[in-house]
Design a protein around this ligand. Structure first.
Ligand code: AR6
Length: 180
């Protein structure tokens, strides 16, 4: 028997969520930035940056490669951990979908390794990194649906604005239709 994590769409700010894991749309420096990343460091406090600096001084001297994921403390956020992942920058010339799929998959693997049951994701790469929202939503939802053996039971996508929420709603309806 296979089980699928329950998928929920939420409109709002990721940093307000209560979950075992909050996923950060980071960059490979792990040292902060704008968007979700900026909000996570602002609200989570300096403990997150300290942990990221430790990672840069040890396992990830050259930075976290695109498509991979790593955990730190969640500082003052309402979560057990933050899992940082680096999405691909969208490109017209090159299909980087496999890297975006890898972000979701690897984040779930890291979360499962921490014993997490609930994971909240932003729409990775769809902000500063320029990924078209409809395609980003399709890839995100399809990837999570394929994780039929993950111990994570609750996956939430936290969408910042009405357009992002609508794109995820459409993609979820499409996925449900194709699943019959
Ligand atoms: N909660 C939920 N979603 C948010 C929030 C929030 N607080 N803030 C923005 N979004 P982005 P990326 C949405 O730019 O495209 C950073 O500088 C946003 O509207 O955060 O992966 C990093 O350091 C968009 O739909 O991440 C990297 O350099 C989605 O979250 C770079 O940005 C992702 O937007 C990563 O770019």
């Amino acid at each position: 028997m296979t089980t699928q994590p329950a998928l929920t769409l939420v409109r709002g700010d990721l940093t307000e969520q209560h979950a075992d894991v909050l996923v950060n749309a980071a960059n490979s420096s792990l040292l902060g930035g704008g968007g979700v990343d900026g909000a996570i460091h602002r609200k989570g406090g300096p403990a997150i940056l300290d942990a990221c600096r430790d990672l840069r001084a040890s396992r990830y001297g050259k930075g976290l490669p695109t498509g991979q994921a790593v955990a730190t403390t969640a500082g003052r956020l309402h979560a057990g951990h933050v899992v940082h992942t680096v999405g691909p920058v969208w490109s017209r010339e090159e299909d980087r979908s496999a890297l975006l799929v890898s972000c979701y998959r690897e984040s779930l693997v890291v979360a499962a390794g921490l014993g997490a049951r609930s994971v909240a994701f932003p729409a990775i790469s769809t902000g500063i990194y320029g990924w078209p929202m409809d395609d980003g939503a399709r890839l995100a939802l399809r990837t999570v649906r394929e994780e039929t053996r993950s111990p994570v039971t609750d996956v939430r996508f936290v969408l910042f604005d009405a357009d992002a929420y609508a794109a995820f709603e459409r993609a979820l309806a499409e996925l449900d239709r194709s699943a019959g």
